[in-house]
Unconditional design. Structure first.
Ligand code: ADP
Ligand code: MG
Length: 868
């Protein structure tokens, strides 16, 4: 029956599982190559075994981008120009190989500008083998004796590993032997001088803690990524010299454990360093040929050499590989020589090459972006998508970053000044990469069988061989001495010579002696068996004791190794934290100082704020006070102006009425002249012009100066001279002006309020009405009318005339008045007429009815005049 077991690729831990939350930063190393013979200026200085310093070359303008002239960059370790390949290997790659053997994945890549020593570091040259041949050598030195026979492990096409049974493996081996003419033992082969002496035997090293009870097999693949296409460098294609077929590109697939792999990629099982390196060299040659044929530049492609190690425990006998697919483990180590990191502009690429160059840079750019996003996600706790899929290189290594494994990068730098700017970019990338953390791979569980199976099986086989040899060898004729001694311990035999047929003494004695011997022998056999059994059980006990002790020691050793590693890690962590804490302390110090300054500022600002608030308060109250004062002033002014306005309106009214009256009068006179001029020569007496004039001080009202031949229609004197009776109505509210302007009507009945009785006795009525004019003067109006009888027998008054007398308020202007009465505006004495009250009254303005005097007055179309 053919039984096959499928091996698993290292399982990617489920996303949320917390069993392994330990992480390690990507290990970034820096290797400085020696300056080339033609280069003179150097821009890099190694200042410690972890730090380098970059100097801007003299020609370059320094602070152009805010860069300092000198910048320092730190790494996990810096390797100066004198570093040997061996030293580099010990530090950088050896732990990865150890991990590989202990079922853990690793990724190692070289990064840098073209010519910086990436290939030298990864591959090396004869006599100076790089990380790749040394890693292969270490693998085979470690697992060499424990390798499974060829074809016991067989890769499937889904990135898994099958375990074939003995028969199938044997058949496959026979097929291989018949197909190829390669001699079976590599020792007899001539080694290609191109890669001879890659590693000298004295450099050989091997991993500790190799599980001897497992069986191992190494598989290698070699791919090239050019222009974002993947090519299998180990693919055996029938070469057609006439029409060489262009290499077919491969695609990436995800296996059932979500690990990425190159679908259909050749995986060659190799059994020794030489064989493995030969396979590598075959790929290398193919790569060179393809590059020449297709006019490509190798510095623009990424080369990826994948070493897969399959391991499975031996069965209980320690004889064959256990046919249990769950017990097969596959780990892999990727050795990547990246394309030159320089920008496209630096290369003299043209045409299609330019496009390719752009693409290659694109993949490195994607790598940078991925690292950037990863770092951001890890540092800020964000969950941005990492664009692994944007390029083949990053997509292929996705699992290292979001799964688990150890990632290391050797940053190669050429110290020549021409590379300064590119090197600066390389340094920045390196700095960023160091901050990315990758989950630490967990230890695989070991199978349930006791340890030391292989050894015991070997010992058994050895013993068997020895015995077989013993049996076939010459037999020694003598008895072994032990047997002799044993025989001597038996009771001696009596003389057994029979004297005659009647000798019945000798025989019975002999029989007795023999029986005795027989009994002794029986006893001895029993004794022997007992002792043997005892010895056996003791031995067995000892054996198991030893076994368990050995197990224990083995276990302890493993634990010790782990503890050592842990201690180392913790030491590193402590160093890192110490550095960080120093940095933070420094920052705190600065912050403290800044805080103090700010607090000082705050205090002074608060002080200022307070004083300003106080000032504001003061200003506010000042403002309020001002406001109320202004309000007072405004009301005062308003009142004043209201009065003034009223006064002016009234004055204007008077003026207008006066003008109207004058016109009216003129018209009347004209009429009188026309109608009466011929018959009557007597002109109505008219006062002199001077008499018409109102002294300006007396009244603010404009004087009704007639412009034409103004005629004074009636004289007041004639009024009172007649036999008319007057009702003199003076309201008791009137102010006693005590002046010359008091109307004086002889023969009048004085009343405070008009009454029927007084009116019936009179035929004339005068109302003395007082009011305060807008200019503060008291204005007295004499409203005159005629009394007539109504049909109902009552009395009615029809107003006929209004006289306005103006007088300054006696309280405020009594002194001024007196002076004014004595002298005119020009200081000349006034005419005597003015002193007469009556004259003065009559000289006062006469108003026609119809002016707006209020509701109490009857309106008439014109003023009635009476002849004297
Ligand atoms: P890259 O692969 O980065 O383009 P190479 O590895 O091809 O660069 O190196 C360019 C040249 O520099 C090679 O001739 C190589 O031998 C030499 N070189 C690189 N690094 C070193 C070193 N550390 N010591 C001596 N020579 C070196
Ligand atoms: Mg190179």
């Amino acid at each position: 029956m053919i039984r096959q077991a499928k091996g698993k690729t290292p399982r990617r831990p489920p996303p949320k599982k917390t069993s392994n939350n330990q992480k390690d930063p990507v290990g970034v190393y820096c290797r400085v190559r020696p300056l080339g013979a033609d280069d003179e200026e150097c821009c890099i200085e190694v200042i410690s075994n972890t730090t380098i310093q970059l100097h801007a070359p003299d020609g370059l303008k320094a602070n152009r981008n805010g860069e300092y002239k000198e910048t320092q960059y730190s790494f996990k370790k810096v390797f100066g120009i004198k570093t040997t390949q061996k030293e580099l290997f010990e530090d950088v790659a050896k732990p990865l190989v150890e991990d590989l053997i202990h079922c853990k994945n690793g990724l190692l890549f070289t990064y840098g500008v073209t010519g910086s020593g990436k290939t030298h570091t990864m591959t090396g040259s004869p006599g100076q083998g790089g990380l790749l041949p040394r890693s292969l050598d270490m693998i085979f030195n470690s697992i060499g004796p424990y390798q499974a026979k060829r074809y016991v492990f067989k890769p499937d096409d889904k990135n898994g590993m099958e375990v074939q049974n003995q028969v199938d493996a044997l058949l496959d081996r026979q097929k291989r032997d018949s197909q190829s003419a390669v001699p079976k033992t590599p020792n007899t082969r001539r080694i290609d001088p191109e890669f001879a002496d890659m590693i000298s035997p004295e450099d050989a090293c091997r991993a500790d803690g190799v599980d001897e009870d497992s069986s191992y097999s190494v598989f290698v693949s070699y791919i090239e990524i050019y222009n974002n296409y993947i090519y299998d460098l180990l693919e055996e294609t029938p070469f057609d010299p006439i029409k060489p077929k262009p290499p077919q590109s491969k695609i990436l697939r995800e296996d059932q454990n979500h690990n990425m792999y190159v679908a259909g990629c050749t995986e060659v099982e190799v059994k020794s360093t030489e064989e493995a390196f030969e396979v590598f060299w075959r790929g290398q040659k193919k790569r060179r040929i393809a590059n020449t044929q297709l006019n490509r530049e190798s510095s623009r492609s990424h080369s990826v050499f994948i070493v897969k190690l399959a391991q499975a425990p031996l069965d209980a006998d320690g004889d064959n590989v256990l046919q249990d697919k769950n017990q097969v483990n596959v780990s892999q180590l990727c050795l990547v020589d990246l394309a030159g990191s320089e920008r496209t502009s630096r290369t003299r690429a043209e045409g299609s090459r330019l496009r390719e160059a752009g693409n290659i840079n694109q993949s490195l750019m994607t790598l940078r972006t991925c690292i950037e996003v990863l770092r951001e996600n890890q540092m800020c706790g964000t969950n941005k998508m990492v664009p692994y899929r944007d390029s083949k290189v990053t997509h292929l290594f996705k699992n290292y970053f979001d799964g688990e494994g150890k990632v290391r990068m050797v940053v190669c730098v050429n110290p020549k000044a021409d590379d300064y700017e590119e090197t600066l970019l390389v340094m920045r990338f390196a700095e960023m990469t160091q901050e990315v953390e990758v989950a630490r791979p967990v230890d695989r569980p070991i199978c349930g069988y006791t340890a030391g199976r292989r050894q015991r099986n070997q010992a058994f086989k050895d013993e068997l061989t020895r015995r077989l040899e013993e049996r076939g060898g010459p037999v020694d004729g003598e008895f072994p001495t032990v047997l002799n001694q044993l025989l001597q311990s038996f009771p001696p035999l009596p003389p057994c010579e029979v004297s005659g047929p009647n000798d019945d003494v000798t025989l019975p004695r002999l029989i007795e002696a023999l029986e005795k011997r027989h009994r002794v022998r029986q006893m001895m056999i029993e004794e022997y068996n007992k002792t043997a059994n005892m010895l056996k059980s003791v031995l067995q006990e000892q054996d198991s004791n030893i076994l368990s002790k050995e197990n224990f020691i083995h276990e302890q050793r493993g634990k010790l190794g782990e503890k050592d590693k842990m201690i180392q890690n913790q030491k590193n962590e402590i160093d890192r934290l110490e550095k960080k804490s120093k940095m933070l302390e420094y920052k705190i110090d600065i912050l403290q100082k800044t805080t103090n300054i700010y607090e000082e500022d705050k205090r002074s600002l608060q002080h200022e704020l307070e004083s300003r608030e106080q000032r504001l308060q003061r200003e506010m109250s000042e403002k309020r006070r001002m406001e109320s004062r202004m309000q007072g002033i405004v009301t005062d002014a308003k009142l004043k102006w209201e009065k003034e306005c009223e006064r002016r309106v009234n004055a204007k009214q008077l003026e207008m009425q006066n003008k109207l009256w004058v016109k009216d009068e003129k018209l009347k006179q004209l009429k009188a002249i026309v109608t009466e001029g011929k018959t009557e020569n007597r002109q109505p007496q008219r006062p002199s012009r001077e008499k018409d004039k109102v002294p300006p001080k007396r009244s603010a009202s404009p004087s009704p100066v007639p412009t034409g031949p103004a005629v004074r229609p009636l004289h007041r004197r004639s009024h009172s001279a007649g036999g008319e009776r007057w009702v003199d109505h003076t309201p008791s509210t009137n102010v006693d002006l005590d002046t010359v302007l008091q109307p004086n009507i002889p023969n009048a009945i004085k009343v405070n309020a008009p009454n029927e009785k007084a009116l019936s006795k009179c035929d004339k009525y005068v109302l003395t009405h007082q009011e305060v004019a807008s200019d503060g003067e008291i204005q007295t109006k004499l409203i005159k009318g005629e009394v007539f009888r109504t049909r109902g027998g009552g009395q009615a008054v029809q107003f006929t005339d209004i006289e306005t007398l103006k007088q300054e308020n006696p309280v405020v202007a009594s002194s001024r008045k007196r002076r004014s009465s004595e002298s005119g505006p020009d200081g000349e004495p006034m005419e005597g007429d003015w002193t007469d009250v009556e004259t003065r009254c009559s000289v006062a303005l006469e108003m026609r009815a119809g002016s707006n005097l209020g509701p109490g007055y009857q309106h008439h179309g014109y003023t009635k005049r009476r002849k004297p």
